[in-house]
Write a protein that binds this ligand. Structure first.
Ligand SMILES: [Zn+2]
Length: 273
């Protein structure tokens, strides 16, 4: 795979992460300033969630992925994966950062992070990041790291995704695509992926960015394809979505699913057969 990362660390923005970080410059963290005494998420509080996320990955990757440190950071809105530069001997290994309120309850929200509270609503005595939300975030960030680690040809992947998105034979995504019976499953999946990627802060009825695969402001620093890879991967592996894993796999073109061989547990990928 062509190394497009250059000298600087590449940040893959988190799925819900739009508001610019104010605590530090996430796109230019000096590697030699990487702190050694960072605060990890609680292993005790998060063991079940981490296990549920890791078990979705290929068995050969699980040990590697389970070694990825997950730090708390006040400058991360939700979560992000950082990939080191393999050509730089002083660089740090891949790691994930999550919001500092990861292990807290909403009681802390009122004294601290308004963004996190606004994302999840002011329910009392609930953890700020509930387990299923944590699982989705971590799976998404681990997919970024797994994609980098296994040298997925992300340019080629992106070219195939664009072809799939632009295929009109399966219909034009509807603003009501999730529930509208006149649109078929593939179209529904495209709609949801597009909405996750580009639409959360726009008007899906007016915004047709998905047609040209233009990256929104949120993803302008991402290498094309990396977010699609993590979003589609998370739609394959997470069981809490609207439809079953098998249905999702049937809706995806086989030449896109193939990119997840060696990344997602083959037992999940075989559900297509
Ligand atoms: Zn991402």
């Amino acid at each position: 795979m062509q190394n497009k990362r250059g000298k600087n660390k590449v940040l893959f923005a988190a799925m819900l992460n739009l508001i610019p970080c104010t605590g530090c410059n996430r796109f230019d963290i000096p590697t030699n300033d990487f702190p050694t005494n960072r605060d990890y998420i609680s292993q005790e509080n998060n063991a079940d969630m981490l296990e549920r996320a890791l078990i979705k990955f290929d068995p050969l990757l699980r040990q590697y992925l389970s070694s990825i440190p997950i730090y708390k950071c006040e400058c991360i809105d939700v979560a992000a994966a950082f990939i080191g530069d393999p050509t730089d001997p002083n660089d740090v290994f891949p790691y994930i950062e999550v919001n500092e309120y990861w292990d807290s309850t909403l009681g802390n929200y009122y004294s601290g992070n308004e963004l996190v509270g606004s994302l999840l609503g002011p329910t009392t005595s609930q953890p700020v990041f509930q387990d299923n939300f944590k699982e989705e975030l971590i799976a998404h960030e681990l997919l970024h790291i797994a994609q980098d680690h296994t040298n997925v040809d992300i340019e080629e992947f992106y070219r195939k995704i664009v072809v799939w998105y632009k295929t009109t034979e399966t219909g034009t995504p509807s603003p009501a695509g999730i529930n509208n019976g006149q649109y078929n499953g593939t179209n529904r999946l495209k709609y949801i992926l597009w909405w996750d990627l580009y639409g959360k802060h726009g008007n899906p009825e007016e915004d047709a960015k998905w047609r040209s695969m233009e990256y929104s402001e949120r993803y302008k620093n991402s290498i094309p394809g990396v977010e699609e890879f993590a979003y589609i991967g998370s739609k394959i592996i997470l069981p809490s979505e609207e439809w079953r894993i098998k249905d999702r796999l049937l809706e995806l073109p086989i030449d896109i699913i193939e990119y997840y061989n060696g990344i997602i547990d083959p037992k999940i990928l075989r559900l297509r057969e």
